[in-house]
Each structure stands twice: as C-alpha cells, then as structure tokens.
Design a protein around this ligand. Sequence first.
Ligand code: C5P
Length: 432
Amino acid sequence: MQLQNRKIVLGVSGSIAAYKSCELLRLLVKNGADVYVALTEAASKLVAPATFEALSHHQVSTEIFDDTNHIKHIELSANADLIVIAPATAQTIAKLAHGFADNMLTATVLAAPCRTIIAPAMNQRMYQNQATQDNLEILRKRGFIILTPEDGDLACGEKGSGRMQDVDKIFNFICAILNSREGIPFAGYSQYLPSPANPLALGQTKLLPKVLGANLKVLITAGPTEEPIDPVRVITNRSSGKMGYALAEAARDMGATVTLISGPVNLNCPNGVRRINIRTCADMLNAIKDQVANADIVIGCAAVSDYRLAYVYDHKLTKNDTGDSITLTLIKNEDIISYVGHLEEKRPFTVGFAAETDHLEEHATEKLKRKNLDLIVLNDVSRQDIGFNSDLNEVSVFDKDGLVSKFTKAPKSVIARQLMELIFQNARSSKA
Ligand code: C5P
C-alpha cells in the first residue's frame, strides 16, 4: 500500500480526458490513499459525480457552498498532502495562474499549503497558445509541477501535443513524490520515476514519513547586511547567502511555505519561495517583526552586521572632508535572532548559526543560551575549504543539552537538506 495515510485532492476539470481520472482515482484508492475529488461544473457534465463518489467513498464537491456547515475548500486544502489536477483544462490553468477561487477546485488550490501537480489536457492549439503557455510558466515559477502533455490522438480528431499523460505515469509520479525522501523531487525528478516499462509494483516502495515540512511556515534570514556610511559607501561582509538560500530550497522541497529575508546577494530567489529584500540590520529586524507572528520556524542564517554607523553622512565623503584619517563611530545593532528567541508570545521554533574560529563548541553553546535558541548550527570559519563563500559546508548542531548531530563535509544543498530534516523533526516534537 504505497499511499497509505496519504490524503490527496484530485481535481478534475472539463476535458474529455475526465473519464481517465476515474481510473486514476481507482488506482490511488486501491493503493491506500484517501482521495477527495473536486470537480469543476464542466467536468461534472462529462462524468457524473456519483462515479467519483462511489470510487472515492467521499462526497464530491463542485461549488464552494455545496455544504454550508463546513468550509470545505479550506478543510480539503489544509489536510492534503498533495493536489493533483488531472485533467487540467486551459480554463482551469488560467484561473489558477491568476488566483481565481470561483469553484471548489480553484479555491482549494488557492488555500493549499501543499504542492499541486497539473496534468494539462486540451486541443493542441489551445495548449500551444501563448496565453496557456504563459499561464503554465507562471504556475511553474510558483512551484506547481506540470506534467507536460504528450503527442498523440486528441479527442477533437486532431493529432498533436495536448494529450494528458497516461494515467499509469501520473500514478507512478504521485507515488514517487509521496515516497521520496526529499518530499518533492524538484529538479531532474525523472530520476525518481520508475521506467514506464518497469512500473512500481505494489509494496515495492518503502513508505517514508509524511512530507516533513507540510503545513509549516519557515522564515529564513540570509546573506550579508549593509550599513551605510554615506550615500555610496557601506560596511558589509563576504557572506554569499548560499547556505540560507539552500535552506530555503530544502524547506520548500519538503513541503513548507518559505519566506527569505535576504541581504544583497548574487542569487536568484528559488521558485516557490517568497523573498523580502533588505539592506540594513534595521530593515531586517523590521521585516522579521512584520513576519514573525506568522512563522512556525525562524532560522537566522544571515551574517548580520553587529554595528552600524552612529552617524550616516547625507553626502559622499571626500578626502577634503576627512583629511588623512577618519574616525567612524559605530553603535551596536539589535540581535535579530535573539529578539525572536526571547519573544514571549507566539515564539516560533528558533534556530541560529554560529560562525566561529576558536573555542567552537563553547562559543556556540554560549550563544544558544544567551539568544534563547532551540538549536544552533556551528560552522568553523577558520577553515578555507568550507563555510563563508564556499559551496561546501560541514556543521554540528547543538541544543541546550549539547551535541545533537554532526553533518560531515558536503555541498551546501546536501547539508541544507540534512539540517531541514533535523529542524522540522525537532520543531514538530517541540510543538507536540
Ligand atoms: O553573535 P553572532 O553574530 O555570532 O551570532 C550569529 C547568529 O546570530 C546567526 O544566527 C545570525 O544570523 C544571528 N544574528 C542576528 N542579528 C544580529 C547578529 C547576529 O540575528 N545582529
């Protein structure tokens, strides 16, 4: 039973391929999934809701207010591990791309914290139309997974690209995603798929824990900060932001909703992650204050400047202003992660980083206590081969009782996955 304990929302929109979703539903249920079907009105004209009700053993919904005792689109989306829209018509894709919530299916997707897979099915010209392609691109950028339609015979009698992927392939893909250790295999996901000639046998995959980050909101600070001296000069540091961004990607891949508060870095915002750009420590603190009440986990990965200028010049300083030497007075910045750690209300699970050159463990555990953190991740920045500005890292993690885990030298993306797994597990058990 590869899908035991998995809750899936199956969205069906009004393409002729809607009849195939009955077979998909049957396979999902047979493999243990608990499936709730949301039909669009057009789909309900192609296949009777009673068919889906009989196969899913649940009432099928079309309109938002079918049952006024429950806010069903919110219940459906909050509890789902995955939403699969198969078939997805050009109309439904357009609505999703633009945030419509005018029926049970679109409203459920809009409210969903979990991932959505879309299997388009339509006439080839509708599929190729720039409007549809643009809409799919919008969804792709938001982290939706699009199962590109195949070439073949179309219901309209034409041949071309627009045929929904085979039900077996969609089913295998769902199993691969829900059983993969990474939660959602994002880039290069095809490596997780069994070959079509060799589909997964029942019970062949080991059911791994539910997507660890599902329903959790993670706020991550990343990169350096800049403290202005005058309109063109700043005090900053060499943080690349790579570790914080890798954490954001890993958390997203594990199903969490992620916001990055980022200093100026040379990195693209990962798909599906919301980014708030800041420059100074004060900006970062303000962004944290705005967002923290909505976060379950805050990770302070940024290299925040400990000091700022006591006085910022409003014009560019020249040698005439400063002569042979210049004295700048610096005053202490607020410690952001310590502010989060000491919150008395709605304190999230709080994780800090310690970049140390000596007395590593002693300094890290002292910071953990002083900042009232749940976990601290220790980096040895005296080493040239890891840490600051490198693609590699090696870290140890401590809690108030001492060493929790050590992750040996590996690319930051790997360390990030290991860290996020540990953070999610600890955050969930601290809530329980
Ligand atoms: O005390 P130190 O700067 O070494 O602590 C590092 C940890 O504190 C990191 O998690 C960093 O993001 C956070 N920090 C912060 N605000 C500051 C300074 C550091 O959140 N002003």
